[in-house]
Design a protein around this ligand. Structure first.
Ligand code: F6R
Length: 346
């Protein structure tokens, strides 16, 4: 898992190159794209959305579940991402997109999604098989950015080449025995971590939460700045000191973010420290959002692996998810969840 995390910048570049070759058709000045996927697959489009929202006139809606929004129609494109190709929510979204008349692309290593897409003449971007889905993030993230490259006013090709050496250098530093991931894991210790980020970097906070849960097999939470200052703040303020000791707040901060959010975050940190909550700040790589996201992913993944090691748990298996898929996925034999059992309209 550690080797795979350290390879992320390389697999990202490969994925981007392959994605470019299969770029999605962009038909209007302000295109609408929907991206459906779950867990370690769904997060890729969510991370790319952080770039799309800030840098393009396109709308990218991330769907985590069976149903697509009713607005999806023939002018839209739907990207279906499932590493295994057998996740029932994504397979249902695939069908729903077909019924809505949208154009589709599948991003997968195989499974039912690849089979069905190929039979339907839907383009498939294949990523290498045999990995835990969440550890295929470089392929999935790069693939998604490559596929969606036409949404950007200028291709990301030059940008990927420019940020790559910087990311490689920093990632090498992360692998040192007392590098940033090891230090972060030590500071979090056994505390329940809350990952906080400004709206633009919220998918990164979500990724950190996922990775702590799946790799270190323990609970974590994430929340959005500045919104949380209008609700969670009250909860923290009322947390008694003997309880507050059990929590750590990790703020993922980007230097180019909104200065007024930073001022509020400093206020929050003072309040938290006053209550005895462990507060940690992660400075994401400055300047380029893509660089900040990619480096943030690797840092979070390695931190979660250090947390796993501290607990002496194997980060690789996710038996609880495997059991769930076996229990409900077998209902149809194809990984599809029966419509009647969910009551979800799609
Ligand atoms: C496992 C993992 C999970 C899966 C999720 C969906 O490594 O990250 O969150 O990603 O269960 O499965 P796929 O990605 O195969 O569609």
């Amino acid at each position: 898992m550690r080797a795979l995390a350290l390879e992320t910048p390389t697999t990202f570049r490969d994925g981007f190159r392959h994605g470019l070759e299969l770029s999605v058709p962009v038909r209007t000045a302000a295109p609408r794209v929907y991206a459906a996927g779950m867990g370690g697959s769904g997060i890729a489009a969510d991370l790319v959305r952080a770039l799309v929202v800030a840098e393009t006139a396109a709308e990218l809606t991330v769907v985590r579940g069976f149903a697509l929004p009713r607005a999806v129609g023939p002018r839209d494109h739907v990207l279906l991402t499932s590493y295994s190709g057998n996740t029932w929510e994504t397979l249902r979204a695939y069908d729903a997109a077909g019924r809505a008349g949208a154009t589709r692309t599948a991003l997968t290593s195989g499974g039912t999604l690849a089979e069905r897409a190929e039979a339907d003449g839907v383009p498939v971007l294949r990523v290498p098989p045999g990995l835990p889905p969440r550890a295929a993030i470089g392929h999935l993230l790069g693939g998604t950015l490559g596929l969606l490259d036409p949404l950007f006013p200028e291709s990301n090709e030059g940008r990927v080449a420019a940020v790559s050496p910087r990311i490689d250098r920093r990632v090498r530093r992360f692998s040192a025995p007392d590098g940033a991931p090891a230090q972060l894991a030590r500071s979090i210790g056994e505390r329940l971590p809350f990952f906080y980020a400004e709206s633009a970097f919220l998918p990164l906070a979500r990724r950190w939460k996922h990775q702590v849960e799946e790799n270190a097999k323990r609970l974590a939470a994430f929340d959005e700045l500045p919104e949380l200052l209008h609700n969670a703040l009250v909860g923290w303020d009322a947390t008694p000191k003997n309880v507050a000791r059990r929590f750590a707040v990790v703020v993922l901060e980007w230097a180019e973010g909104d200065p007024s959010v930073r001022t509020s975050v400093r206020y929050l940190e003072r309040l938290l420290r006053g209550r005895g909550v462990r507060t940690l700040k992660v400075d994401l790589a400055p300047e380029d959002r893509l660089e900040a996201l990619l480096e943030g992913v690797v840092l979070g993944d390695l931190t979660s692996l250090h947390l796993a090691r501290r607990r002496k748990v194997d980060p690789l298996p996710v038996d609880a998810i495997t059991r769930l898929k076996a229990a409900v996925g077998h209902a149809t034999g194809s990984g599809s969840f029966p419509a009647t059992a969910t009551g979800v309209a799609d």
